[in-house]
Design a protein around this ligand. Structure first.
Ligand SMILES: [Fe+2]
Length: 130
């Protein structure tokens, strides 16, 4: 069952890609990065903050993950901005190794040397993205 549940995000990637293709939603790399920045920015500025506020008001355990989401989506937007700057110059990012915090979703360019700045997870626990 756990393996099945772990595969669900991958399944959703195919569904999203199918919808985007059907809607002509896949553009150039620069266009896609701008869309990604807008999406991440919306998430950390507008979507997650009210959820966090409600969870805090209710003292619900979800407040922890909403707090992580607000911070991680901000980082994602900043990383997309770096990628956009490179793409606008016809380049790719210099860094090719990316590491994901398995607790909060924080992403590091290059192997992390310090614990997660958002949730404190040990640097050794980061997962290399392929
Ligand atoms: Fe983290």
């Amino acid at each position: 069952m756990l393996n099945f549940l772990k595969q669900l995000p991958r399944q959703n990637e195919f569904i999203v890609e199918g919808h985007l293709t059907a809607l002509d939603g896949i553009g150039t790399t620069v266009e896609n990065l701008k869309e990604a920045i807008d999406g991440e920015t919306y998430e950390y500025k507008e979507m997650y903050p009210p959820m966090l506020a409600q969870a805090e008001a209710d003292n619900h355990k979800a407040k922890r993950m909403f707090k992580y989401a607000v911070e991680a989506e901000d980082v994602h937007a900043q990383l997309y901005k770096l990628a956009l700057a490179a793409a606008e110059q016809g380049k790719d990012l210099d860094v090719t190794d990316f590491y994901l915090c398995p607790v909060c979703g924080h992403i590091e360019f290059g192997k992390p040397e310090e614990n997660c700045p958002i949730c404190g997870t040990l640097a050794a626990k980061y997962v290399k993205l392929s």
